[in-house]
Design a protein around this ligand. Structure first.
Ligand code: GLN
Length: 320
């Protein structure tokens, strides 16, 4: 595909509809999934407007300098660079995160992990008389910080819980580059006071046992990495590569976890298709007698594995 990408002819002002049409053709030929939408989002970025404005003003003329900038963004997208890297941001749980090639782009299925974490924290908080701020969480392999920052934002607002919770969240990552992005995202959302950033191999640098461990670790089996969408090749492979069976990091985490999880705590892990049974048995090796339950994502894939160590929140017992 590289080198064969068609160019939009840039000369003088061009009508917006023509630009969108040409860009959509280029992105379709490049094999992008949502060519028209991507073209609209890129043009909205260049013009500094909402996507809706484009749709409402099909007759608008785009100046030459803007057209040139648009063309260079379309070229990047045609090389299958992910849209969030081109825009420098991604949406997660209704919040905007800064992203670049130092971090994995947050995925919608990871929102389920956050949802389950909030549910567990809320049940746990309702059942406890301890002051809310004693609550500790470790986000292992934090990447862009999407999970840690979202939890900090929502808990400190009391969203989904009976009272505002002021947790201490350890955001851990082996990559110092990822940690700087996560730190920037915490600052952007005003929650840097709730999060301690530590460079750490899995739970290695965690200074104390925590109530909740959440992790979206790499879980793609190495041999499958090459067959994913071309966009994924732009992302840090160490955030995706889970070794021969995809479970290298999850196995190591579950091995470390017994000494790092406080009594009555829980572990929530994002997992890949077909991994639930294996992860369940790994969890039970480390936490014999724990309640282990997988939740399905919007595509019906068992995506979030919850390991409740010794105390089961009532709402999880009876329903799926
Ligand atoms: N869901 C991601 C993907 O399929 C994988 C994320 C991960 O390995 N944690 O690209």
């Amino acid at each position: 595909m590289r080198g064969q990408i068609r160019r939009i002819p840039v000369q003088g002002n061009l009508p917006l509809t023509r630009l969108l049409r040409e860009a959509t053709t280029i992105l379709t030929q490049a094999g992008c999934d949502t060519p028209r939408l991507d073209a609209e989002l890129l043009l909205a970025e260049v013009l500094g407007c909402e996507r809706g404005w484009l749709l409402a003003h099909p007759e608008a003329q785009v100046e030459e300098a803007q057209t040139e900038r648009f063309c260079s963004l379309v070229e990047r997208r045609a090389k299958r660079e992910p849209l969030p890297y081109i825009l420098g941001r991604a949406e997660f749980y209704g919040l905007t995160f800064k992203v670049d090639r130092r971090v994995l782009i947050p995925r919608p299925e990871t929102e389920l992990l956050v949802e389950k974490a909030l549910e567990w924290i809320s049940n746990r908080d309702a059942a406890s008389s301890a002051p809310a701020r004693d609550f500790t969480i470790a986000d292992v392999g934090t990447g862009s910080g999407a999970i840690a920052v979202t939890l900090a934002v929502l808990l400190s607002k009391g969203a989904g819980t009976a009272r505002a919770i002021s947790p201490l969240i350890y955001a851990l990552d082996s990559s110092s580059e990822a940690l700087s992005v996560a730190q920037e995202n915490a600052r952007l959302h005003g929650v840097e006071g709730h999060i301690a950033f530590l460079q750490s191999h899995l739970l290695g640098a965690l200074p104390e046992p925590v109530d909740l461990i959440v992790a979206n670790l790499p879980y793609v089996p190495s041999r499958k990495l090459g067959s994913l969408m071309p966009e994924v090749a732009w992302e840090p492979q160490e955030a995706l590569d889970g070794g021969p069976d995809g479970l290298e990091k999850i196995r190591a985490l579950l091995h470390q976890a017994p000494s790092r999880l406080a009594e009555g705590g829980a572990i929530l892990l994002e997992i890949g298709p077909g991994q639930a049974e294996k992860v369940k048995s790994l969890a039970l090796e480390s936490f014999p007698g724990a309640q282990v339950k997988a939740f399905r994502d919007y595509r019906g894939i068992e995506r979030v594995m919850c390991i409740f160590w010794d105390k089961i929140p009532p709402s999880y017992v009876d329903h799926d």
